[in-house]
Design a binder for this molecule. Structure first.
Ligand code: G6P
Length: 473
């Protein structure tokens, strides 16, 4: 068994060029954490974009040299490629479309061309480093063409593909003019994974209806190849959130977060600022809650953290404006000198602040309109490992709802009902909070991110060995 080559749009590190110099910043997403906690017996190489444009060739060379020591291989993208491939086809075509925001789907040939070219650029970066026994694991919607491109030059290589976002119903998928090419790209893999059974079912249906590919006992037959298609729900690093190493002397806002919760109850809401997350609906539900249950005025605050994301894309900018307006309207109408209904921040939190916020939050309200999985919901549950107190209000439309059925599940479009559920959560007795928490914690402890990554890779490895044995027969 050789190494594992991880390929994702973003590297777990961002490089920022300032003038003729540059600096590194780690981007600690769920994927990076998950893969870091994986079985260390496998040597690992990670191929991806370093997050910003690097214009100077001298810096590119230096970065290449530095990163390779840590097993990282950067794929540099020009400004134009970032605009057309990343902001364009990835985030103005596939992202809205796969999340059922078809009104936002942009149909532009230059986006598609750039998407194909950049996927090829990733393939070209992998080609010279690939060794015969390596196993490749490609991640997410930005790289759907890559599995087939790698298979072109390395037909015997074992390739895995995992989709972190929903795969939509066939009726939605079929609308895309590039549907066959996207499907064919993914079908270059030997193993294809999804977060939920529903996404997998939609994918199998698209494969059958567009390509006539049949599925039997978990295997999809494509020509002479058998592809393993399965469900691998991603977990979190449970212990990290259950027993956080909080730095009491850190120069950040953790202390202020604690103060905030001293004499009022806190509902927390944390997401990237994205139209799929249902932020305006959540705010409206909170507004309706204060209108219908005025006895809570002055006693409960919604702490709304919107993490900046894809801010060059128009729909994200517009959403920011409408959230700003909505929050302003509610705070000015109901706020007083000693209470603000919504504590709204447009920034990211460090781990210290995040853990503190989870700990003080009586309720977490995670109500996306569509979400592949949603790891924030899982982190909140883990953060309550010791106290067992707290209530999760979770959207039925998040992949996580399949596992977290002991949360209070809501339809994120049903604002009346969400207002009612906030009141129900605030009134929930301790026994009920504890049993709900414990049920979900047991599940998340077991099905953590290490389990997710190891299961995917072990399964792929098993397939690869079977294939090799078959070839040697
Ligand atoms: C989602 C996607 C990831 C992506 C992340 C952050 O979780 O599934 O592939 O990396 O959002 O988005 P960004 O565009 O900043 O990489």
């Amino acid at each position: 068994m050789g190494r594992i080559i991880i390929v994702s749009n973003r590297l777990p590190i961002t490089i920022h060029q300032n003038g003729t110099g540059f600096s590194y910043r780690s981007s600690a997403g769920g994927l990076a954490t998950g893969l870091n906690s994986m079985d260390r017996s496998l040597e690992r190489v990670w191929v991806g974009w370093p997050g910003e444009e690097i214009t100077l060739p001298a810096i590119q060379e230096q970065v290449l040299e530095d990163l390779i020591q840590d097993g990282l291989v950067p794929v540099f993208l020009s400004k134009k490629e970032i605009e057309l491939y990343y902001e364009g086809f990835s985030n103005k075509t596939i992202w809205p479309h796969f999340h059922y925001f078809t009104q936002y789907t942009t149909y532009q040939d230059d986006y598609w061309e750039a998407y194909s070219l950049v996927n090829q650029k990733f393939a070209d970066a992998i080609k010279p480093i690939l060794q015969p026994d390596d196993l490749v694991w490609v991640h997410d919607y930005q790289l759907m063409l890559l599995p087939a491109m790698i298979r072109e030059f390395a037909p015997q290589t074992s390739i895995g593909f995992f989709l972190h976002i929903p795969f939509p119903s066939y009726e939605i998928f079929r609308v895309l003019p590039w549907r066959e090419a996207l499907l064919k790209g993914v079908l270059g893999a030997d193993q294809i994974g999804f977060h939920t059974f529903g996404y997998m079912r939609h994918f199998l249906s698209a494969a059958y209806r567009l390509g006539g590919y049949e599925h039997l006992y978990g295997k999809l037959r494509v020509g002479h190849r058998l592809i393993n298609v399965d469900v691998f729900p991603m977990g979190i690093d449970y212990e990290k959130y259950a027993h956080p190493e909080i730095d009491l002397y850190a120069n950040d806002d953790s202390f202020k977060i604690k103060q905030l919760a001293r004499n009022k109850r806190i509902i927390v809401s944390i997401d990237r600022l994205d139209y799929t997350k249902g932020i305006p609906q959540r705010i409206k539900a909170f507004e309706q809650f204060i209108e219908r249950y005025p006895e809570y005025i002055g006693k409960v605050s919604l702490v709304l953290i919107a993490v900046p994301s894809r801010s060059n894309v128009d729909n994200y900018r517009k959403l920011k404006q409408s959230i700003d307006t909505l929050v302003g309207k509610i705070n000015s109408a109901y706020g007083s000198f000693d209470w603000m209904p919504i504590q709204y921040l447009y920034r990211s939190l460090n781990f210290n602040e995040l853990s503190t916020l989870y700990q003080v939050a009586d309720i977490a309200m995670i109500t996306p309109l569509r979400d592949g999985m949603n790891l924030v919901a899982k982190e909140y549950i883990a953060a309550k490992d010791e106290t067992k107190r707290g209530v999760l209000i979770l959207s039925e439309m998040a992949g996580a709802a399949n596992e977290l059925s002991s949360a209070l599940l809501v339809n994120p479009h049903d604002i009346n009902k969400m207002a009612e559920v906030i009141q129900q959560a605030l009134e929930m007795n301790e026994n009920e909070q504890v049993w709900r928490m414990e049920t979900m914690q047991q599940h998340l402890k077991r099905y953590n991110v290490r389990h997710w990554a190891n299961t995917f890779v072990q399964e792929q490895k098993r397939l690869m060995e079977q294939q090799q044995a078959f070839n040697n027969m």
